[in-house]
Design a protein around this ligand. Structure first.
Ligand code: IMP
Ligand code: MG
Length: 347
């Protein structure tokens, strides 16, 4: 078994944390690893009938399981956010002993958060999440950052996640890499600089965040939001009005920032095709299907309009749609069987 990487096709907020958590609960991955820029992205999931869990630092995948919960060396780590997640979930799921933070991760300090919040360019023009991740990655590249292994609050978790991941794959254990944000928010691949995040958000960028060698990548799951959205600034093709969102009953607010998401009334196919080119996915998970067709209630029974949409996606991308999702809980996920024309593949 090698690595599976979960990556978002567009501008994030597509429920990729939940898809990663679903794959982790289903398959025997030894390690779940959070990749991406830092604590800017909130990943959330509603436990069936119970609790709402959300993470900004730890992978959501494996949180409620027994896997090691890792943070790759390219990801900025905020000790305050990590402590809050331990506080929130350790008693319930025993997370503390399973946490492994690469000793080379750059640390987000309170000063970095203040600097980001005080920058009119970042918070105003770009519309950042003010998490301090961008400043931390900048200081890292200036060779001025503190690293996790040198930070008193992080030392107990510090280890070589790159070695753990590559060794696990070499020994046949599975590794799940949970990416964050979205392909079109990538710093060096966006069409919309400066309306982007502070690093790339593609499958290979996430492998690089971990230090995973290329030949261990076996599956890339591209998460596509059936009704795309964008937060912060930057163009959103086919953007619908707030009234239209409310009329359709599909308003959404950010997990990290509480900001209302802008939403698109149509699938921006050229952006999807570019995401397929950049990520070369082996399968697609189509999420927020209930926003596309409010009549899609029971996950096990996709409606005719959803199935037509799936056909169109498969035709345009040449990639099987293996997962459909139509709500916030784990139960709202439908895995398409081989007979439906697609089957989930795991390494
Ligand atoms: P930053 O990553 O906080 O610097 O924000 C830069 C841009 O990326 C802003 O437009 C943010 O709204 C957007 N962004 C950052 N993280 C996420 C995310 O998790 N989901 C969606 N957009 C994000
Ligand atoms: Mg990176």
């Amino acid at each position: 078994m090698g690595a599976t990487i979960v990556v978002d096709a567009l501008w994030g907020d597509s429920g990729k944390g939940k898809i990663a958590a679903y794959l982790a609960a289903k398959d025997s991955y030894a390690l779940c690893i959070r990749a991406g820029t830092g604590t800017n992205a909130g990943h959330s999931l509603s436990m069936d009938g119970e609790q709402f869990i959300k993470t900004r630092q730890l992978p959501l995948a494996g949180l409620t399981g027994t896997q090691q919960l890792c943070v790759g060396s390219g990801v900025a780590v905020d000790p305050v956010v990590l402590a809050a997640e331990i506080e929130a979930y350790d008693a319930l799921y025993g997370v503390k002993d399973r946490i492994r933070v690469d000793y080379r991760c750059p640390v987000i300090t309170p000063e970095y958060k203040d600097r980001e919040a005080a920058s009119p360019h970042l918070t105003g023009t770009v519309g950042t999440t003010a998490s301090g991740s961008g400043v931390a990655l900048t200081e890292y590249r200036m060779r001025s950052a503190i690293r996790a292994g040198d930070h008193p609050a992080l030392q107990e978790f510090a280890c070589d996640v790159a070695a753990l991941a590559n060794t696990a794959c070499r020994e046949g254990a599975g590794v799940l890499i949970e990416g964050s944000q979205g392909t079109h928010l990538s710093l060096a691949l966006t069409r919309d600089y400066p309306y982007c995040t502070s690093d790339n958000c593609t499958a290979t960028a996430f492998a690089d965040d971990v230090g995973l060698a290329w030949n261990h990548i076996e599956e890339v799951v591209l998460v596509l939001k059936a009704v795309p959205s964008r937060v912060g600034a930057g163009p959103l093709p086919g953007e619908m009005s707030i009234d239209e969102q409310d009329r359709r009953g599909i308003a959404e607010y950010g997990v990290t920032t509480g900001r209302r998401r802008r939403k698109s009334a149509e699938m921006p196919w050229d952006y999807v095709e570019e995401a397929v080119m950049l990520n070369s996915p082996t399968q697609i998970a189509l999420t927020f299907c209930d926003h596309f067709d409010p009549g899609y209630i029971n996950a096990e029974q996709p409606t005719a309009s959803i199935l037509r949409f799936v056909d169109e996606i498969e035709e345009r991308t040449g990639t099987p749609v293996t997962i459909l999702e139509n709500g916030k809980s784990m139960g709202d996920i439908y895995e398409r069987a081989a007979g439906d024309g697609a089957a989930i593949r795991t390494p």
